[in-house]
Ligand binder design. Sequence first.
Ligand code: CO
Ligand code: CO
Length: 373
Amino acid sequence: MTANRIQRLIHLIKGTNLSGVALNPGPTLTYLTGLHFHLMERPTVLLVSAGGHIGLVLPALESAKLAHTPGDLHAFTYGEDPASWPDVFKRAAQDLNLAVGEIGVEPTQLRFLELMYLQNALPGMTFVDASHSLAAVRITKDQNEIAKMRQAAMIAQSALIETLKGVRPGMTEKVVANELIIQLMRAGSDPGLPFSPIVAFGENSANPHAVPTDRVLNPGDLLLVDWGASCDGYLSDITRTFTCGEVDPELIKIAGVVLSANAAGRAAGKPGLPAGEVDRAARSVIAAAGYGDAFIHRTGHGLGLEAHEAPYIYDGNQQRLTLGMTFTVEPGIYLPGKGGVRIEDDVVVTGTGLESLTDMPREVRPLEDLMGA
Ligand code: CO
Ligand code: CO
């Protein structure tokens, strides 16, 4: 399966000006090779040339991982003395016939460490941003990948339901976030979560990227949870908002608006439609209700091996949705000092529209209905 993926990448490179691409450990390298490396002080770099050559520079101690890689992958291993590493990079560059032209990299992944060794080995080459081409390799998911994302959604949902049974006024955001992490592990998530869960009470829910604090839950608060699980590396990313006791009527009002905006976004998407239209559909509902200025972020982002990847769902994005793309729909309204509501689902583009992989009720419900006895 991965051999086929690398061939798709080579085909894609041939259609560009690139002479090759260089990737360091991360989702794209794993997607293409099936190999897992972590980032460390020793550089690991996958080189793929437009001519179809594949090289991997890596520490000798990692070479046991190569037992199940495509046969045409040439490994260039190095020992523990960093003085020997530049020559290994040079040998890889020669073997792949890389000397002049442009080499594509992922700016959000490649570190200065790898870039230093690459520039030293490829002095005649220009390093360029190839995010767009590289994202295209894995932007549409096959049935197997979608099944894993669906499973990641199910794990996350059941973990939250278990967590909420034990939530009581007086608990802190941190305590609830930690309990959610334990429940995610119990429900079968991979140990590496997509991101640290956001648990935000009251006024803290008005910050879309809140970090759990010692703020305690009080009656009258909104309780916002943005969390996800990982299944074989495929992620979920969900947000649900709840009420604790009697809350300000305006918060109930915005909850209804966000629910409608989420539904409008999910109803709008279909194959062939520019991604930006999903944002417009959700945003127009919020604007019509008079809260346009309080929806301070894009409607969503692609989801898969990374918690944020292409396609990005922002107004004006002309990239067309195609079958098998997966992304979030997550409109929100944030009222500083009062609270915020966000409702986030994970969807896949099907032949007829968007199918939601997340199915937990979206309505902003009273926590009291979900607490255990
Ligand atoms: Co989220
Ligand atoms: Co998200």
